[in-house]
Ligand binder design. Structure first.
Ligand code: SAM
Length: 282
């Protein structure tokens, strides 16, 4: 029997995905996890009935939240990922051979375990990479007591409801700043501004007093419905946001990473914002 899985993220717009086969449907201590197969998207994972990642379009989101800050920075050795339980962000970040250690702080071990079992096409061997430092903890607690420094911090969290709410707070962003090396970059998952504009507005309003340079960039991920998704950007060096295309080209070539969405031209173009997004952040 064919089921349909309905996403309930937005109050007045809903998306349904055909579920040819439900592979897992249960709760951890923190959230409901469903993993199912869709004819076009392949395997899909939802948490508390919100689409988190799909085999079909995960490359867009993971490429844009890793290669944009890492190639803009140019000399990343230490990466911190907050959230990212499916392992896709970790797998993409580890493609950079300059990365000496990728620390991933995920609150729900169940997401990691189930992603390893059911979503190997997304996490690959990332969790077994010797450079991986997996920490099961609340990200706000981790940065609250962390004395290490990171060149790039990627907040790959769920939306600001439930366990991720603390990851959209002034306290959390200020501690992220403390955990960045000089010239470090913070990037954040900030939802689809056409449907969740307050998520982006709220993050940038909090980041602006903490960092010298704040902005956002966009990428369209089909299963994050409602138009382009926004990623928050924060650093103390505005030049990092304007890394010349030829420098990005050289760095991508040196990294010899094959991508299906990211290009240096897409990188720079992602920071060109339409008026309805600019209105949200000005
Ligand atoms: N791509 C997705 C999106 O854009 O919404 C995010 C994917 S990833 C699965 C989100 C992860 O954030 C989940 O595994 C969830 O358990 C984790 N998470 C939520 N709140 C957290 C917190 N306070 N600390 C660490 N991880 C958290």
């Amino acid at each position: 029997m064919t089921d349909w899985v309905e996403e309930s993220l937005h109050s007045s717009v809903r998306m349904r995905l055909k579920a040819d086969r439900v592979l897992y449907d249960s709760h951890t201590d923190l959230q409901r996890i469903v993993i199912f197969e869709n004819p076009i998207l392949g395997r899909v994972m939802t948490l508390d009935d919100v689409v988190q990642t799909t085999e079909g379009d995960e490359f867009i989101y993971h490429e844009m939240l890793t290669h944009v800050p890492i190639l803009a920075h140019g000399a990343v050795r230490e990466v911190l990922i907050i959230g990212g339980g499916d392992g896709g962000m970790l797998e993409e970040a580890l493609k950079h051979r300059t990365v000496e250690r990728a620390t991933m702080v995920e609150i729900d071990r169940g997401v990691v375990d189930l992603s390893r079992e059911y979503l190997p096409s997304i996490c690959g061997e990332a969790f077994d990479d010797p450079r991986t430092d997996l920490v099961i903890a609340d990200g706000v607690d981790y940065v609250g007591q962390c004395d290490r420094k990171f060149d790039v911090i990627i907040v790959d969290s769920t939306d600001p409801i439930g366990p991720a709410e603390v990851l959209f707070s002034d306290r959390f962003y200020r501690r992220c700043k403390d955990c960045l090396t000089p010239g470090g970059i913070l990037v954040t998952q900030n939802g689809v501004p056409f449907l969740q504009g307050s998520e982006l507005t709220g993050t940038l309003r909090l980041l602006r007093p903490i960092f010298a340079d704040t902005a956002c960039y966009l990428a369209s991920v089909p299963t994050y419905m409602g138009g382009p998704m926004a990623f928050g950007w924060a650093s103390d060096n505005a030049a990092l946001r304007d890394t010349p295309q030829e420098v990005l080209e050289q760095r991508l070539s040196d990294a010899s990473i094959a991508t299906r969405y990211y290009t240096p031209a897409v990188h720079r173009g992602a920071f060109a914002l339409p008026g309805y997004v600019t209105e949200l952040i000005d």
